[in-house]
Design a protein around this ligand. Sequence first.
Ligand code: C2O
Ligand code: CU
Ligand code: CU
Length: 507
Amino acid sequence: MRRRSFLGLLSGVAAGAALAGCGLSGTGQTGERLVSTARLPKPFRVPLPVPPVARPVGTDLYRITQRMAEMEILPGLRTPILGYDGIFPGPTIETRRGRPVTVRHRNELTVPTVVHLHGGHTPHEHDGWPLDLVLPVGDRREWTGHHGTGDTSDGERDYRYPMNQRAATLWYHDHRMDFTGPAVYRGLAGFHLVRDDEEDALPLPRGDRELPLMICDRSFDEDGAFAYPGLDQEMRSVAGVRDEWMEGVLGDVVLVNGAPWPEHEVDAARYRLRLLNASNARRYRLALTVPTGPDLPLTQIGSDGGLLEKPVPHQAIEIAPGERFDVVVDFSRVPVGTKVTMVNGLGSGGTADVMRFHVVRRARDDSRVPDRLAEVEPLVPPTGARTRTFQFSRGSTGDHRGWTINGRSFAPGDSLADTRLGEVEIWRLVTDVHHPVHVHLDPFQVLRRDGKPPGALDVGWKDTVDIQPAEVVDIAVRFTDYTGRFVMHCHNLEHEDMAMMATVRTV
Ligand code: C2O
Ligand code: CU
Ligand code: CU
């Protein structure tokens, strides 16, 4: 019964959503705007939710059930979601470096899923290979397609994470081949924080003053359903309208932790904000504006792969899909009563705002940002290091539109690069339009942008790098520990689903 009504609610999606504008290059975006037909709330009226922290059900064992649910995202409307434990964002998993954990996922949805831990240093079998499906519980249908089949599980799958990696902000999300965009859009994303002793020893803000912030844009149908173009009820096919949306789907509502333009009451003290851009295609330029006075600086302490060597102050942070920035903000620099707005310099209308912090009280603050945060090993390619070039561009062959890497659509069985464990290689990433490029298994470091030194936002260990149109970015990569097949891809999820992905084999 539940399922029937859920599907009923979704059937209006394609009809209710409208396509606006066409190609938004020049606005810092690659994508098409999808206009909500739902009544949208005024910003800063809804409190910021903080996702619950998952409790282990046994020693180092977590269980997550993927199921459909309804959430009140827009006040007064119900939004059907696909949720880890029926919530969006999913529960936050917190683990410790060096302590392996298992996350047992159970699929009670009507579609197959794949779970990927983004930023995880994870062996192939547990990394969420796009064809390693977890079928819905009790589902006997044939789900394998022309791509062949992976290691399919019936109903449940144990993902084992060695957690042999630095403390960092990771996130988990769906990664099913061709369907990651709609699955994540409908709610399959959550935080996974890795902690370690080195980081715990630092006097950084913690407890209530450490906030994971999952930022993403969505559009809504009149009845409150997430609008996603051309999605059929069971996500089995999105044929037909896909081509028009190949640039990426841009929503007109900005959600933080699943709430539209929320407001959060804060102490006049330092806060650690773990920023994640979980949008399908939207990039943001985040800044903290104050009604009177200069913007509050964002002091970056960490990147995708954990703590930086030393803090880096920024006036604004550009963040592309998949990226994380760990920042400290000092709200004691403004008077109590001040409303500090997180704005998006790349947005317009509703997407120019993200959320608001209301500084409500004076408070004691023992936290500090030390001048030295952590040891970061520089990844230096040896002379004669192997260099590979990957060209990210629009596909142009015949009737098949889509995105390609080195002129090829994702072919899971063919490796575009066989890389030896432990060797530092230079990967030259070349683009046509914006592409945030993500590499699985191990983080990398940015060496050069267009032949020049890396930018202020490129510091530290990265696993996703934001590449501007017609830019050439060199990164130093080194894979360790696990041989097998992994992927690298564009993290604009529409580009990814339209084949901008490649297999990389570690040997
Ligand atoms: Cu966040 Cu391969 O993905
Ligand atoms: Cu990943
Ligand atoms: Cu792309």
